[in-house]
Design a protein around this ligand. Structure first.
Ligand code: GTP
Ligand code: MG
Length: 139
């Protein structure tokens, strides 16, 4: 069965939106396979965001991800990888369509595009890799 890694980022946890994100995932019909509230491990973050290393927003992004608790979630269901990306909406909350998590709940806080509430794996390869990083105990 297809699985994806979802993160409710520190802005979402801080704003009390963890339940709202999980509600939308479950209302869509996906099943929660694992959920945990964590302080992100810097080594895990470095691997998670390896593709962005060297970009100007990399360091602020990592610092933001270390600024509070993260809710890590494994969700499963047919098509859940593109399905959650669709639920999340565009990366920039200002551009994200209404009806999406980022479009309904996110906004531009100034200089902080990274505060876009959630992460979702972008491919089957990413999902396998990211689930292994955030949930080594599931391997
Ligand atoms: P994720 O699901 O979090 O991976 O988002 P994404 O796939 O829509 O975006 P991408 O993988 O390209 O970027 C990862 C994260 O880096 C984004 O979710 C943002 O938090 C942050 N980010 C991406 N582009 C920018 C940018 O131009 N500026 C800033 N400040 N942050 C960015
Ligand atoms: Mg991404």
């Amino acid at each position: 069965i297809e699985r994806t890694l979802i993160l409710v980022k520190p802005d979402g946890v801080r704003r009390g939106l963890s339940g709202e994100v999980l509600r939308r995932v479950e209302a869509k019909g996906y099943v929660l396979a694992a959920v945990k509230l964590v302080d992100a491990d810097p080594a895990v973050l470095a691997q998670h965001y390896a593709e962005h290393e060297g970009k100007p927003f990399y360091q602020p992004l990592v610092e933001f991800m270390l600024s509070g608790k993260v809710l890590a979630v494994v969700a499963e269901g047919q098509g859940v990888i593109p399905g959650f990306r669709s639920l999340a909406g565009a990366t920039d909350p200002t551009a994200a369509a209404p009806g999406t998590i980022r479009g309904d709940l996110g906004r531009d806080w100034g200089l902080k595009v990274q505060q876009n509430l959630v992460h979702g794996s972008d491919s089957a390869e990413s999902a396998t890799r990211e689930i292994g990083l955030w949930f080594p105990e599931l391997g």
